[in-house]
Design a protein around this ligand. Structure first.
Ligand code: COA
Length: 379
């Protein structure tokens, strides 16, 4: 049975910080960010945008174009959770008028958890082919201001409808796994921003890629890919990963396999669990020659868990994409001055009393207020 991604939509914040603006503040050469890290812009959320509103916006083109009454499971992947108990997907169910006959859970393992959700969804549809699953990944990547990691912030969400007989991507059964207990990036409950050792994390990522790729090959997985997508905490990481993967296969790196997958992330920055799948959108929407071809996917979540898996692009996939919608969203964004970004950097979370949020003109749904510790969304 063919199972995979039938539809895929993504959303990002309506505002961004240009690397020139950050480098002027930091008095850093902008080429460090543009060339050294592979980033031009990073998406910045206003206080009335959160992982729920981003998730709804990612889902909206799917919901507008397709009946979702066969969806009975919503898996919400995030590492920027808004509640220690309640799954963020329940807000999405209400705001998007999804069926009430539905199981909804949240999954966490740094930037990896959307891949776990995708694989669980695949197994579930194999068991119950008439059912459909929504996998949503939504994250706001925020580090301390004036830290080395500040230039690798960002925000974004992806929504994927997983079904039998998919129209975009068939997920292949083999996957290579590698996980290990390390402390390259983590966010204890008392912190709003993570603690990250970025250079250690880069090394750990490449080690995990090697381990997961070896495991993939041990099961008979082949390297005949027409394109590869890697988790992108920053664009240059994809370049480093592709160099490593090529070396493991005794090949000279062919960056034409990688480049289309970097385009969107260069404009958005890190979106943690959504990052790999925004890269997938970037690849599918910016290459025209992928029908029937295999692509390799590497998912990495600090801490760490990683997975290398593969997929085959469906014939006619382009007609199921939301290319124009995504393009218009990216082009309609507005730049922020550094001072405005700084004001939005650490929004009020209602910890010390009620909070009301101005309309940032990011569209609906929006987070209108937090009262009595409860999030109030404007549909
Ligand atoms: N022009 C061009 N390139 C330049 C440059 C310039 N003027 N100045 C520096 N560079 C290059 C460096 O050579 C380096 O490239 P390399 O890694 O290929 O050698 C790159 O820019 C970054 O410079 P570096 O000094 O290493 O940056 P940094 O230590 O200030 O911070 C990170 C970089 C990635 C470590 C930091 O942004 C970070 O920790 N980010 C978070 C990463 C993360 O989220 N990881 C966890 C999830 S997987």
């Amino acid at each position: 049975m063919r199972i995979g991604i039938n539809r895929i939509g993504f959303a990002t914040a309506r505002y961004y910080l240009d690397m020139d603006e950050l480098s002027a503040h930091n008095q850093t050469d902008p080429n460090k960010y543009r060339t050294g890290l592979g980033q031009d812009k990073i998406a910045i959320c206003p206080p009335d945008e959160d992982i729920v509103t981003l998730a709804c916006k990612a889902l909206s083109p799917i919901a507008a174009s397709r009946d979702l009454s066969n969806v009975d499971t919503l898996l919400f992947a995030t590492e920027s959770g808004i509640d220690q108990s309640k799954a963020a997907g329940i807000y999405v169910q209400k705001l998007m008028n999804l069926p009430k006959q539905m199981r909804i859970v949240e999954l966490k393992q740094a930037c990896y958890s959307a891949t776990a959700a995708l694989q669980l969804a695949r197994s579930y549809v194999a068991e119950k082919p008439s059912r459909e699953v929504l996998v949503i990944a939504s994250d706001i990547a925020r580090y301390d201001r004036d830290s080395a990691a500040e230039a690798t912030q960002g925000a974004g969400a992806v929504a994927m409808l997983i079904t039998q007989n998919p129209e975009i991507l068939e997920i292949e059964p083999i996957s290579g796994l590698y996980s290990e207990d390390i402390m390259d990036f983590f966010r204890p409950n008392h912190r709003k921003t993570p603690l990250v050792d970025g250079r250690f994390s880069t090394t750990a990522y490449l080690k995990a890629l090697e381990g997961a790729w070896e495991h993939y090959q041990q099961q008979g997985g082949l390297a005949d890919f027409k394109a590869l997508c890697y988790h992108l905490p920053f664009g240059k990481m994809g370049v480093k990963a592709h160099e490593k993967w090529s070396k493991l296969n005794h090949q000279t790196p062919d960056f034409s396999l990688l480049d289309a997958g970097l385009i969107y992330n260069r404009q958005i920055g890190n979106s943690y669990s959504a990052s790999l799948y925004i890269s997938l959108c970037s690849l599918l929407e910016n290459r025209e020659d992928l029908a029937g071809q295999r692509i390799g996917m590497f998912s990495y979540g600090s801490g760490c868990v990683s997975e290398f898996f593969s997929a085959r692009v469906c014939e006619g996939y382009q007609s199921a994409l939301f290319h124009q919608h995504h393009q218009a969203m990216l082009e309609s964004r507005s730049p922020l001055r550094y001072e405005q970004y700084a004001r939005w950097h650490t929004p009020d979370d209602g910890e010390f009393g009620d909070a009301v949020f101005h309309d940032s003109e990011s569209g609906t749904p929006r987070l209108a207020a937090i009262t009595q510790h409860q999030r109030r969304y404007q549909p």
